[in-house]
Design a protein around this ligand. Structure first.
Ligand code: GLU
Length: 561
């Protein structure tokens, strides 16, 4: 067959050749070993946590090697297109600091010399490459109806990849003669373009995936679709063209693409282009209510959308470090040893990403976040909580800004200059509930039923403690004097002021000095656990301390009577 003639028959409108594009997009001039990575989301209207996870790999690999991390919009699947979706994905990446340094940049902007970075605007380029493949005898038109769906069906069979399958994969249209094709074209029949596969699924080859390691794969034998009948390429051709022209060196993509890898490799070979390196990322899973493991799903799980973490008020650093923790399990140790370093300083290693699907665990995220926030200076906590409440809790925002000095003091207690900083805040939305007692405006409406008093000590004795403490409290006392005063009420009331003595024979006492502090703490805050009581009392101020103790005495008296 005269393939050149066939190519012109199929693509009369295409008058450029692939060399035109290779000249237009020359090889990047980068340092040796510099990696070019990309995030190529399909615009779905939100950024999946799994996409952020992949993008983080791209970002770190490029950064570590002084390379390039660019963003491309894979928007050719019009069924799924949602307005503004590219913008949302870009904004979310930037929000989390996983900022591409080239490519699609939101607000109708693109940065870099390898654009256009929006696939729907590159159709002519894809067709040029498709035409080239026809010219070299490696692609043919397929006139079967709905032929473009076959690849989708094949792709879905991901798990079956490494099994022998006896399915008919060679398309019958590959045997059409030039005359038959010409006839169809004359009749105006639409065609899809398919790869003329030369693979044999009985043959295997070894492939070294940067995450999955070396595996034996079967050759592709499917005549995969390269252009759908509407002239739009599916992923296989589009990614080959884009990643080749844009100079990608490493493709980091979801594991769901692994099953199509042999087809993609055959396509690179058919063009005679160098193959790229691939890293197929495991899929983030979670346990559902029945205890079954399943993919974190955008339809079922609100946590799949990275906006969820913004709305809940998790610092971006916490989300990124949680992902890093899923990627490299030694990150956690490194963070413990280096609590204040930037995570960029961590020696991220793509080969240490396990190939097992990581389990999403919100409690782990909370722990990581508590740890991170515990090292934030008070001013940063204040700024961030203000920032968050300004959008998500306007009332509390007002309270915070009316009490700036108080907040700064509050966020300093047990945090600065202490070997074990307080780890109680996981997200900005925790603060209101955790520290409501600090703000009189919030505390006015307290519910005494929620006071965490226990029954170890009788109400009469609690009242006695509070009554004894009331005349002693002075906000001007230093910490030692304040504590000495608390101790001084122990013995007269039958409590033990010395913890060692108490531990030896607790039966001789109503309780210890710790119980006394506990009673005062709950009277002042309603809570068993708060930062250092001395500082909390000072923050409340003399009048408020006395008022709250009196209120509590009344409350307990009413309860006992
Ligand atoms: N658009 C593809 C996706 O969203 C990109 C895959 C890739 O990164 O190559 O899955």
């Amino acid at each position: 067959m005269d393939y050149k003639k066939l190519a012109n028959l199929l693509f009369p409108e295409i008058n450029k050749d692939i060399n035109y594009y290779f000249e237009k997009y020359p090889k990047r001039k980068l340092e040796k070993n510099a990696q070019v990575t990309r995030i190529a989301p399909s615009p779905t209207g939100f950024l999946h946590l799994g996409t952020a996870y992949g993008a983080l790999i791209d970002f770190l690999v490029a950064k570590k090697s002084n390379g390039v991390f660019y963003m491309r919009l894979e928007d050719t699947d019009q069924k799924r297109e949602i307005e503004n979706a590219g913008q949302i994905a870009y904004d979310m990446l930037c929000y989390y600091g996983i900022t591409p340094n080239e490519g699609y940049a939101g607000n109708n902007k693109q940065v870099g010399d390898y654009g256009n970075y929006i696939q729907s605007q590159r159709i002519e380029i894809y067709k040029t490459f498709a035409k080239h493949l026809v010219e070299i005898g490696r692609a043919f038109p397929c006139f079967c109806e709905k032929s473009e769906n076959i690849e989708d069906i094949l792709n879905r069979r991901s798990e079956q990849l490494e099994k022998t399958e006896n399915i008919e994969t060679k398309d019958p249209c590959r045997n059409l003669t030039y005359e038959q094709i010409e006839e169809n074209i004359k009749l105006g029949k639409p065609f899809a373009l398919r790869l003329l596969s030369k693979g044999n699924a009985n043959n295997t080859f070894e492939f070294d995936d940067l995450i999955k390691g070396k595996r034996i794969l079967r050759e592709n034998d499917k005549d995969i679709v390269l252009l759908k009948s509407n002239g739009i390429p599916p992923y296989s051709l589009a990614h080959l063209v884009d990643d080749t022209l844009m100079g990608t060196t490493l493709v980091v993509r979801g594991e769901e693409w692994y099953s199509s890898l042999p087809a993609h490799l055959e396509l690179f070979d058919a063009f005679g282009f160098p193959r790229l390196n691939y890293a197929h990322t495991p899929v983030i899973c979670k346990l559902d209510e029945q205890g079954n493991k399943r993919k974190l799903s955008k339809r079922k799980d609100i946590e799949a959308d990275v906006r969820y973490y913004i709305e809940k008020g998790y610092p971006k650093q916490s989300v990124v470090e949680y992902l890093l923790n899923l990627l490299n399990s030694d990150f956690e140790d490194w963070r413990l040893k280096n609590p204040t370093l930037n995570y960029f300083d961590f020696e991220f290693d793509i080969s240490k990403i396990g190939s097992n699907n990581p389990m999403f665990d919100i409690l782990k995220l909370e722990d990581i976040s508590k740890n991170i926030i515990s090292y934030y200076p008070a001013q940063q906590i204040y700024d961030e909580v203000c920032n968050w409440t300004k959008q998500y809790d306007k009332n509390f925002y007002k309270i915070l800004t009316n009490n700036k000095e108080k907040c700064l003091e509050l966020f300093s207690i047990d945090r600065i200059n202490t070997p074990k900083p307080r780890k109680d805040i996981a997200k900005w939305s925790d603060i209101k509930n955790l520290y409501n007692y600090v703000f009189n405006e919030l505390y006015e409406n307290k519910n005494f039923n929620n006071f965490e008093f226990d029954d170890k000590i009788t109400n009469e004795n609690k009242i006695a403690v509070l009554k004894a403490y009331l005349p002693l409290y002075s906000e001007n006392d230093d910490k030692q004097i304040w504590f000495d005063k608390i101790k001084s009420i122990c013995e007269p009331l039958g409590f033990c002021s010395d913890m060692k003595t108490f531990r030896k024979s607790p039966e001789n006492f109503l309780g210890s000095v710790a119980d006394i502090s506990g009673i005062i703490r709950i009277a002042l805050t309603g809570r068993k656990n708060t930062p250092d009581l001395y500082f909390i009392s000072k923050l409340l101020g003399q009048a408020e301390v006395l008022k709250r103790i009196n209120e509590c005495i009344n409350l307990l008296s009413n309860k006992s009577s």
